[in-house]
Design a protein around this ligand. Structure first.
Ligand code: PHE
Length: 462
């Protein structure tokens, strides 16, 4: 029973399991796969990282994915609504997730805007032979941290921010099936095709083999380092988009009769497979870059903004048919990022829609127009780059880790809700869950999350 709150008639629904799986993969596969995983794996044991990575996937990633699915599907609501129907007093967990989603969406759009511009810049390699200086000029973040901070608007960024947000608003207004699912069903296969071509092209670059060798060479000694295990769990949590309220919201749009656990396994393994493919593509390209510059691989490995907007432009400039590599790489970032961005915006739209009983169109407009304005105004200025760093750190290192830890502890111990959720999963899934699943959710996940939180706090104060 849904209780007394307003329940909008047009909440929306996925047409079926395939639509849901594509939307869920679309959310999981994002910037984290392309620009975060390769460097994390390399720095934490190379080929040996696969072990903690798989352990993290099986012992926490997929179990928490199941938890998200069970909460959303059983209580059929956006994050705050589902948590409230679960137990009235846990509604705050949902709003906490909404807040984090809101913050991430504001700056995630900026990276998409940059990637959109850089897709076009790839055609004539507009960055010339100093991509770092070009990026500084492009974002107007000249002089790095010491530069005087101002709010001057950067016109090139402003235009693509408007384009990105208009695309988001249109897709969200079209709704769960015609917007979110339909765009994922088109974009995700397109992304895979583009990325496979990119990987094949990169494999044939001189030096690619050295890059792969550096990426896969196992450093078994790393497995004795707890930090490596924490890094594996961190990557899995971020990459699978668990505990953001996203998977919970998406699961609430599934039909009553559906295969939750089977779908979760597909999503989890598809995301990790794509992630490993990203490692292969990125390290082939980095191997080429190291050889072209006559330096060791170690000196060219980066992640995040530095990898995408400085290292890759360098590679594109030096490689034969670089424009093709550029369009494939930045195009992939745009597709992967877009399907993730709409998933975080959906967390906020669904929450407002459920709270006020709004229709799809009005909820979309009330939520995404103000978000678009704030995001565009804040981030198309010279403040964009420094602001991105700060917000990313707080949202991902603290906000989401804390809500994940607190929510698993509440579900497992304060509410003792796991048996009910387990039964729900077993009534709606081909893959049975039992005591091991409960152990993962109640013990392993909160333990690892708690340790990460403590370690981040220590590194903050020291
Ligand atoms: N899972 C996405 C990735 O790997 C990141 C993401 C996080 C997307 C939070 C949405 C929300 O890039």
């Amino acid at each position: 029973s849904a209780g007394t709150e307003t329940q909008s008639a047009d909440r929306g629904a996925f047409s079926g399991r395939t639509a849901f799986i594509f939307a869920a993969i679309g959310s999981a596969v994002g910037l984290g796969n392309i620009w975060r995983f390769p460097a994390v794996a390399y720095e934490n044991g190379g080929g040996a990282f696969i072990l903690p990575y798989l352990v993290a996937l099986l012992s926490a990633g997929i179990p928490l994915l199941f938890l998200d699915y069970a909460l959303g599907h059983r209580w059929r609501g956006s994050a705050p609504a589902a948590w409230r129907r679960f137990r009235r007093w846990t509604e705050f967990l949902g709003w906490w997730q909404v807040l984090i989603a809101l913050i991430i969406a504001l700056y995630y759009a900026l990276i998409l805007a940059w990637a959109t511009n850089y897709t076009i810049f790839s055609l004539d390699q507009r960055w010339g032979d100093d991509p770092a200086a070009f990026f500084g000029e492009y974002t107007q973040a000249l002089g790095g941290a010491d530069a005087t901070i101002s709010f001057d608007v950067v016109p090139a960024v402003l235009i693509s921010m408007i384009v990105v947000w208009l695309a988001v608003i249109v897709v969200m207004a079209l709704g769960v099936q015609k917007g979110i699912a339909a765009s994922s069903v088109v974009f995700i296969p397109l992304l895979v095709v583009m990325f496979v071509i990119l990987v094949v092209r990169s494999l044939f670059l001189p030096g690619a083999i050295d890059g792969l060798d550096a990426f896969f060479r196992p450093n078994w000694g790393a497995l004795a380092d707890p930090a490596v295990w924490i890094a594996a769990y961190g990557q899995i949590f971020f990459s699978l988009s668990v505990a953001f309220g996203i998977m919970l919201t998406y699961a609430s749009y599934l039909k009553k009769k559906t295969d939750l656990t089977g779908s979760g396994l597909v999503v989890g393994f598809a995301n990790s497979s794509f992630e490993i493919l990203c490692g292969i593509g990125v390290f082939s390209a980095l191997g080429f870059m190291a050889q072209a510059q006559g330096v060791a691989i170690d000196e060219v490995v980066t992640s995040g903004v530095g990898l995408a907007f400085i290292a890759f432009p360098t590679i594109i400039g030096e490689a034969p048919a670089g424009a093709l590599i550029g369009v494939l790489f930045f195009g992939s970032l745009v597709l992967a990022g877009f399907t993730s961005l709409i998933s975080i915006v959906e967390v906020v739209i669904a929450a407002i829609q459920d709270k006020f009983g709004l229709g799809r169109l009005s909820a979309t407009l009330w939520v995404s127009v103000p978000m678009a304005v704030v995001s565009t105004v804040l981030f198309s200025t010279t403040m964009g780059l420094p602001l991105l760093d700060v917000m990313d750190k707080w949202a991902n290192e603290y906000g989401i880790v804390a809500v994940a830890a607190v929510s698993t502890l509440i579900v497992a111990y304060l509410v003792r809700g796991l048996p009910t959720l387990r039964d729900h999963l077993n009534h709606h899934g081909t893959f049975p869950v039992g005591r091991i699943w409960m152990l993962c959710v109640a013990v392993i996940a909160p333990l690892v999350l708690g340790v990460s939180l403590i370690l981040s706090t220590i590194s903050l104060v020291t």
